[in-house]
Write a protein that binds this ligand. Structure first.
Ligand SMILES: C[S@@+](CC[C@H](N)C(=O)[O-])C[C@H]1O[C@@H](n2cnc3c(N)ncnc32)[C@H](O)[C@@H]1O
Length: 172
C-alpha cells in the first residue's frame, strides 16, 4: 500500500475496488484459504462478544462486511460509517435494510452522524492502517472519542506483516 494521505482520499478506495478481482483483494492481497480462515476467526470472536440485538456502530464499515459475519437475526440497531462513497454505495445496495453513512471516524463524536450511544463500536482492520498512514496521533484522536459513541469497543485486526503475511489480533 502506498504511503501518504491516501486512506483519507476516497479515490484511493475507488481504484482499489476497481482493480479487485474479489472484494477482499480490494483491501489486501491474500490467498483465498487464508482469507476464509480470517473470516471464520472473525465470526468466532464476534459471536463471543456481541449478544443478539446489541446495537452496533460499524466504524470503517467498507461494504458492510461485518453484517455478513453475524447471523441475520443477531443484528440489532446498526449504523455503518465509512469515508469512501464507493464502499457506502455498495453497502447500501447489498444491505438495503441497514443504514450506512459517509463519514470520517475522526468526527464521529460531533453529534452529526452518530446520534446515540451504541452498545458496540466495532472496528475491523482500521487501527493499523490509520497508525501507519496517518500516525499515532490521528489514531489516538479517534480512540479517545470512541467511548462517547459506544459503551464497548471491539477492535479486530487483520493486517499485513513486514514479511507480507496476514496477521490477526483482537482487542477490547
Ligand atoms: C482495511 S478496510 C476495513 C474494512 C472493513 N472494516 C472490513 O471488515 O473489512 C479500512 C476501511 O476504513 C475506511 N477508512 C479509513 N480511514 C477512515 C476514516 N478516517 N474514517 C472512516 N473510514 C475510514 C476505508 O475507507 C476502508 O473501508
Amino acid at each position: 500500500m502506498p504511503n501518504g494521505e491516501l486512506i483519507f482520499d476516497p479515490n484511493y478506495w475507488k481504484r482499489r475496488l476497481r482493480e479487485a478481482n474479489e472484494r477482499h483483494q480490494a483491501i489486501f492481497k491474500c490467498p483465498k484459504d487464508q482469507w476464509e480462515a480470517i473470516e471464520n476467526k472473525h465470526r468466532e470472536i464476534l459471536k463471543r462478544h456481541i449478544m443478539p440485538h446489541d446495537s452496533i456502530l460499524d466504524a470503517g464499515c467498507a461494504w458492510g462486511r461485518l453484517l455478513t459475519l453475524l447471523p441475520k437475526e443477531w443484528v440489532g440497531d446498526y449504523l455503518g460509517v465509512d469515508l469512501s462513497p464507493d464502499f457506502i454505495e455498495l453497502a447500501r445496495k447489498e444491505h438495503p435494510a441497514h443504514i450506512f453513512e459517509i463519514g470520517d471516524l475522526r468526527y464521529l463524536s460531533s453529534g452529526v452522524l452518530v446520534k446515540k450511544v451504541y452498545d458496540w463500536a466495532v472496528l475491523i482492520s482500521i487501527r493499523p492502517m490509520i497508525k501507519r498512514h496517518q500516525g499515532e496521533e490521528v489514531w489516538q484522536e479517534i480512540e479517545d472519542r470512541l467511548p462517547t459513541v459506544a459503551d464497548k469497543i471491539l477492535l479486530l485486526e487483520y493486517d499485513v506483516s513486514d514479511e507480507g503475511y496476514v496477521i490477526l489480533s483482537e482487542g477490547l
